[in-house]
Design a binder for this molecule. Structure first.
Ligand code: ZN
Length: 470
């Protein structure tokens, strides 16, 4: 979705990768004509169709930014759509879908309605287009002013959990037409196309969106509260499994996106945290703090939208966002919020959820644990990553080490999988590993595995529903 792709079956054209600009020229109403083989019958884009006859495909944008912000799908893809508030919402689907029983179009419309009501149905476009590439193993999306390009594995739609994930992706990218394409950090538009654009505000752009996306699906009455909380629990699993949260604040994570999130390495989990992941959880806490003041995330969205409409040509600064949070929740809420954005202080998630009628249920375990993430080459066990301060980390096991013997006996992939049944806590073991072609001896002592979050349980259903519903 971030580049163009042309093959015998279709073309997906992503503006910045094929439409070069001429230094600094904004262009006034540029138009573009597409010519393609007659076997390809369709073209889908958010640009305005100005063709005078159907045999031609000529489109127009208001300026260069909008021209390159309009992806184009050409080929024999499936097209469909629906109207909402009298505005056409087109659907263009390329690729294979396995048979499924979902009401895809109806549910997409419900998600669109669910997102739009957060902005009082103020739809700032006259048509919208969802392009999805249904391709095995792909997942992701990219937002545009009046369209989005999504990637999803079309074999998975029949599985409830994956289907909800697709709808959440639809909601995520569609919501971006407000938050990111219009309400935006000041560095993100108008763009400097020549240099990298730095911002410390991606917690607003992606964090808030990550909080809202699954919530939209619940608020559309497609997922249940239990399903929603199960997804949130999954996010906490990732968060608590990321020691880097103690070293990288949300602001730093945003600013370093160019060299961290988009260039992950074996130590990423130990040294950084995703602004999507932590940002989403921080906005959950902010929502809870605002609820206590008789407000909610809904009020913040409306204030951000009002702020954008007052000066659409300029993005928002951190101080601008903070002012709005303060307007809603006062100094105390702002202090708690800014601490979560600017520092790595541990966050009291449990209190925030308790105030919304939900309780964290933890599970202790007595399983021996090494803190190793494995990868395999045939049945050979190779260290893919080690958890900061875990037993493997303390023993000096490195990424890339191939573990060949445990206490003198040959060690294979299957032994990593049944490690909990063959090893003991607090008992030293000798590992023989191959590191850069040389044998090494490593003494390692398995520890008790960390407790894990079993579920986020609803303890006061009425309160929980009131807290998470629109
Ligand atoms: Zn996003």
């Amino acid at each position: 979705m971030r580049t163009s792709h042309v093959d015998a079956s279709h073309a997906f054209l992503h503006g910045p990768s094929y439409l070069m600009g001429v230094g600094g020229e904004a262009l006034d109403k540029p138009s573009i004509e597409f010519r393609f083989p007659p076997a390809w019958s369709k073209l889908s884009t958010g640009m305005k169709d100005i063709s005078e006859e159907r045999s031609k495909f000529i489109y127009e944008a208001n300026n260069y930014d909008e021209l390159i912000d309009s992806p184009v799908e050409i080929g024999c893809h499936e097209t469909d759509g629906f109207e909402f508030k009298g505005i056409p919402h087109h659907i263009a689907s390329y690729g294979e879908l396995y048979p499924h029983k979902q009401k895809l179009k109806e549910d997409m419309k419900k998600v669109v309605e669910s997102v739009a009501k957060h902005f009082n149905d103020d739809l700032p476009y006259d048509q919208y287009l969802f392009i999805t590439h249904f391709v095995p193993k792909l997942f992701g999306g990219l937002e545009h002013l009046n369209s989005t390009a999504l990637q999803f594995d079309g074999r998975k739609l029949n599985t409830r959990k994956d289907y909800l994930n697709y709808l959440s992706l639809v909601g995520h990218e569609y919501f971006h037409l407000w938050n990111v394409k219009r309400i935006r950090p000041d560095a993100l538009g108008p763009f400097d196309y020549v240099n990298e654009n730095y911002t410390s505000l991606l917690w607003l752009a992606e964090g808030m969106t990550s909080f809202m996306d699954d919530l939209f699906v619940y608020r559309a009455e497609i997922s249940t509260l239990e399903e929603y909380l199960e997804i949130v629990k999954g996010n906490f699993d990732s968060y608590f499994g990321t020691p880097g949260r103690n070293y990288h604040s949300l602001e730093q994570s945003s600013f370093n996106a160019w060299i961290k999130l988009y260039r992950p390495d074996e130590n990423s989990k130990n040294s950084s945290v995703s602004y999507y992941l932590k940002g989403g959880l921080v906005f959950t806490v902010l929502h809870s703090l605002l609820l206590e003041k008789g407000k909610s995330i809904n009020d913040l969205l409306m204030l951000l939208w009002k702020d954008y409409k007052a000066r659409p040509e300029k993005g928002i600064s951190k101080e601008g966002v903070y002012d709005l949070v303060k307007e809603l929740g006062g100094e105390e809420v702002l202090n708690k919020f800014s601490t979560m954005i600017e520092t790595t202080e541990e966050i009291d998630f449990e209190s925030a959820f308790l105030k919304m009628g939900c309780e964290f249920r933890w599970q202790e375990t007595n399983a021996p644990w090494l803190g190793v993430e494995w990868e395999y080459s045939g049945d050979r066990a190779i260290v893919k990553g080690v958890t900061l301060d875990g037993p493997a980390y303390k023993a000096g096991l490195n990424t890339g080490d191939e573990v060949t013997y445990l206490n003198g006996l040959r060690f294979f992939k299957e032994d990593t999988e049944r490690f909990a049944t063959i090893a003991m806590i607090d008992q030293p073991y000798e590992l023989i590993v191959t590191r850069l072609g040389k044998l090494q001896r490593v003494e390692i002592t398995p520890a008790k595995a960390p407790r894990f979050l079993r579920e986020i349980a609803i303890v006061d259903r009425a309160l929980a529903e009131k807290s998470f519903k629109f």
